[in-house]
Design a protein around this ligand. Sequence first.
Ligand code: NAP
Length: 406
Amino acid sequence: MPEVTIYTRKYCGFCGQAKALLLSKGVAFEEIAVDGAPDLELEMRQRSGGRKTAPQIFIDGTGIGGYDDLRALDRDGKLDPLLGLSDRREADESRGAEMIESVIILGSGSAGLTAAIYTARANLQPLVVEGRAAGGQLTMTTEVENFPGFPTGILGPELIGQMRAQAQRFGARFVTGDATAADLKTSPLSLTIDGETYRTRSLIVATGADARLLGLESERKLIGHGVSTCATCDGFFFKGKEILVVGGGDSAMEEAVFLTKFASKVSVIHRRDKLRASKIMQEKAFKNPKISFVWDSVIEEIWDPARGKVERAVLRNLKTGAISEVRCDGVFVAIGHVPNSRIFREQLEMDANGYLVTLGGTSTSVPGVFAAGDVADHVYRQAITAAGTGCMAALDAERFLERSAH
Ligand code: NAP
């Protein structure tokens, strides 16, 4: 095995993703945390030709760059040879043209990987399709403190890496690619993954949902450094701080109320002068003394990406055009989620927001197709509930396959 070294910083989403990718391949690495250690920071810069950003990854002493570079090598099939592993796409290549899978799992977050563990243990040899954002939302979080079984917490990417290793141990196979089309009217079901057709007798859709973002460059740079899309995940880090919450729906109200447990002050920034949230959620927010509202306003800019932390935000009043600045330590964006269900439009029943509708257990409107995790859940959206429905989908798929074999 080659020697792998990775320089990391605290609360660095891409560091977590890089570690998750390496862990998922069963590769051990030495982690060098550079926070508060100027000598190590200098060493990282010197070894990487002056790069200041983390992670910086080295394989047998050769710098390969950051997470994007690692991922690009993996996508091009060049990473496994560098790591001394046999070809990761083995599963893909060994498929005969006529091969029909028992179960394909779309998605490799906590729902997909739990479904993989269960179906693999049931000897169904599941094929897990990992999309571009392999590992799901947990790979974008830092410390996970509410997943049962980890009393001192666990890093999101590590949790995902462990789940993946567990699924592999029981024989789950993985392919990297994005599903771009599906035909669920045929039997077996048919999927197009990176231009190739896959056929399967059952399908578990665990493609998750992406938090909608404002689309600001500063927001992108500060995700994980004061900008967050999940109060349950990150609220704890804002004890005694001042926070902005963007949005006027149920999610924004729920997050604002939850955040008052930690923050000294929460200001809700909403683009209109009326909330979209349900009456009960509105009332909860209005009567909370720590919450105030800034109406008819949007965030134009978040400072300071150069300092790697949130210090203030620039607001614009949409009615008057007035620009103002507000001091804050964190920005929680709660303007909704977009379930990754696009390829199933017209084929699977979904609600007005695109969430898949499940009918008893995890069954969807097409026999043999099951849904798990956030793609079918806009209410709970937790790693543990996604894992729970992933388990349910696996059992439902197993029973479906048993029934259809007779
Ligand atoms: P939502 O209801 O779609 O609300 C999104 C909010 O964000 C709206 O107020 C919207 O403003 C605002 N917004 C959207 N895009 C924006 C942008 N680019 N810039 C600024 N503001 C923007 O989403 P949600 O709150 O996540 O709720 C989704 C679904 O889950 C809803 O059906 C909700 O009831 C449900 N939910 C339920 C619970 C619960 O029951 N406990 C909790 C959370 C969510 P406008 O109002 O101007 O459109």
